[in-house]
Design a protein around this ligand. Structure first.
Ligand code: DQQ
Length: 534
């Protein structure tokens, strides 16, 4: 970052300039992490995409490589769109990606490394048989809704399976293809899964999670203690939704658990900005890691002025929660090596109406961990049963609206006189037969510049305040505020563009705007060092 570029990030992944969107084909190969991404080499606007490429040994510092896949053939001349990596027998990585052809039709293509002994996998060769999957009059696939192949997996019969995002009218679907050799693919009669009235499913992701231990599984794993996750990126709402369910590998059917739906009331990885995400299995550390694109909340004019658009979220380790009902996500542990100058607040009780500065850190580039303890829970306000939309509730009850238990939390990216701040906070309500915790990220006062999108985000958090402390971790990086509630049970990511709260003009506060006092048994904050990124 600099005076001219106050919104560039210091430890979130970005290219040095231009437009970036979806993460593509993340993997680890010979000890090197690879990230490819949708990139327009021509400027900070969407344009014609190539697969840009960076490599890393720690997922924190990244070295740019030449683009891995660029537009060169009739079948991808209008864009090399999103896709995934699969390891073929002999640990050979293979990319499946969507090509947009001369006629603007979408199809799926294969590319393989030219030299498998190069851990950086600089050169990729497109298959002479491309496109391997195409829309035809016979298969009735909509040529403009046929994209984003997943990492493939092997079924019981030894054949490969892959799903492709699609739709028919308003029905979103994951088309299933099978192959013996990864080159010749046959469409299955039925999609792996579909859902009415969800629109186009972009960037599907389908992977197993362990129902016993919080470790990652290879994409082809299946068995008695394995559940499956299907994530889809809904083009209509630009949100990533997932369901947890059961995958029957003999019938190739995926059945979401009851109560698990792909609609706007369903589960989301993140209740702020977070799109076109993709996971991979990190075989070196036995974990599954989630990448996602975070777009800008400012205008196209601004993108053009600053010369870039889009960042990637900090990679998150993800696993199935003990309840079996949701996933838990946590920033990869490696990011903690950027922490420096730790500041701790002694155990405190903060009264209603308090705003307390946490000083001694670079507040525009920080990692903050805090937990709250509430004693007199019975004083909680009642939750009106019609308040079922957490985002709506957070925007109605922003950081300035007093309640009984809350709002309490952090004011981040704040200016000294609080003309600007982003409030990340909790409220506790009395529900039907349990306490309900609401987590909010309120951007309404994040900038004196009113041309930005300052939508407030919100989520319910499945934590019982009778049994547990309420914890919050927030990663702050100049124009991005990435928050993890309850140890990663609900996550909210926001983009902010303050005018005063930039660089050294940025402050961090803890606040309680509720009527009841809250205990703060723990608050640690760190300045974050700058990562070497591209
Ligand atoms: N972005 C890609 C598509 C995908 C969309 C094009 C999702 O493949 O469906 O850049 O953001």
């Amino acid at each position: 970052t600099s005076v001219l570029q106050p919104y560039r990030t210091s430890y979130h992944f970005q290219p040095s300039k231009n437009w970036m969107n979806d993460p593509n084909g993340p993997m680890i190969y010979k000890g090197i992490y690879h990230l490819f991404y949708q990139y327009n080499p021509q400027g900070p606007v969407p344009g014609h995409k190539v697969w840009a490429h960076s490599t890393s040994t720690d997922l924190v510092n990244w070295t740019p490589q030449v683009p891995a896949i660029v537009r060169s053939q009739d079948y991808d001349i209008n864009g090399c769109w999103s896709g995934s990596v699969t390891f073929l027998p002999g640990h050979r990585p293979a990319i499946l990606y969507t090509g947009v052809n001369l006629q603007h039709q979408q199809g799926q293509n294969l590319a393989v490394p030219k030299n498998l002994s190069d851990p950086y996998l600089i050169e990729w060769v497109k298959s002479p048989l491309n496109p391997l999957m195409a829309s035809t009059a016979a298969n009735g696939i909509n040529a403009s809704s046929f994209r984003d192949p997943t990492t493939a997996w092997v079924g019981r019969d030894g054949r490969w399976r892959v799903i492709i995002g699609s739709k028919r009218d308003r029905m979103g679907m994951a088309l299933l293809y099978r192959s013996k050799d990864f080159v010749h693919w046959t469409q299955a009669q039925r999609p792996l899964h579909s859902a009415e009235n969800t629109g186009m499913w972009e960037c599907p992701d389908f992977f197993p999670v362990s129902a016993q231990v919080p470790v990652g599984l290879d994409t082809s794993s299946n068995g008695p203690n394995v559940k499956h996750v299907l994530k889809v990126s809904l083009d209509d709402t630009k949100h990533d939704h997932y369901t947890i369910g059961t995958y029957n590998s003999s019938t190739d059917k995926y059945v979401p658990d009851e109560g698990s739906v792909e609609s706007d009331s369903g589960l989301r990885y993140d209740y702020g900005k977070f799109y076109a995400s993709k996971t991979f299995f990190d075989s070196k550390n036995n974990r599954r890691i989630l990448w996602a694109w975070i777009n800008e909340s400012s205008s196209v004019d601004n993108d053009i002025k600053k010369g870039w658009s889009g960042v990637q979220a900090i990679p998150r380790t993800l696993w199935l929660d003990k309840s079996g009902k949701q996933l838990v996500q946590w920033p990869i542990v490696e990011i903690e090596k950027l922490r420096t100058n730790q500041v701790d607040l002694p155990n405190k009780l903060i009264k209603g109406g308090t705003v307390l500065e946490v000083s001694g850190i670079t507040a525009a580039q920080a990692d903050v961990v805090v937990s709250f303890k509430v004693k007199e829970l019975e004083r909680a306000d009642s939750l009106d049963p019609t308040w079922s939309d957490p985002q709506m509730l957070c925007s109605r009850k922003g950081a300035l609206v007093k309640g009984s238990l809350g709002p309490f939390g952090l004011l981040v990216m704040a200016s000294k006189g609080l003309q600007e701040y982003t409030a990340v906070f909790f409220r506790i309500f009395k529900g039907q037969n349990k306490y309900v915790v609401l987590m909010c990220s309120d951007q309404s006062r994040s900038s004196l510049n009113h041309s930005n999108d300052k939508t407030t985000y919100g989520a319910f958090l499945d934590v019982d305040p009778l049994q547990e402390k309420l914890s919050l971790r927030t990663l702050i990086d100049h124009s991005i505020v990435e928050s993890f509630g309850g140890g990663g049970k609900s996550c909210i990511t926001a983009r902010v563009y303050p005018l005063l709260a930039v660089e050294d003009g940025t402050h961090l506060y803890i606040f309680n705007n509720g009527n009841q006092s809250v205990g703060v048994p723990k608050l640690s904050a760190w300045s974050m060092k700058k990562a070497r990124i591209n």
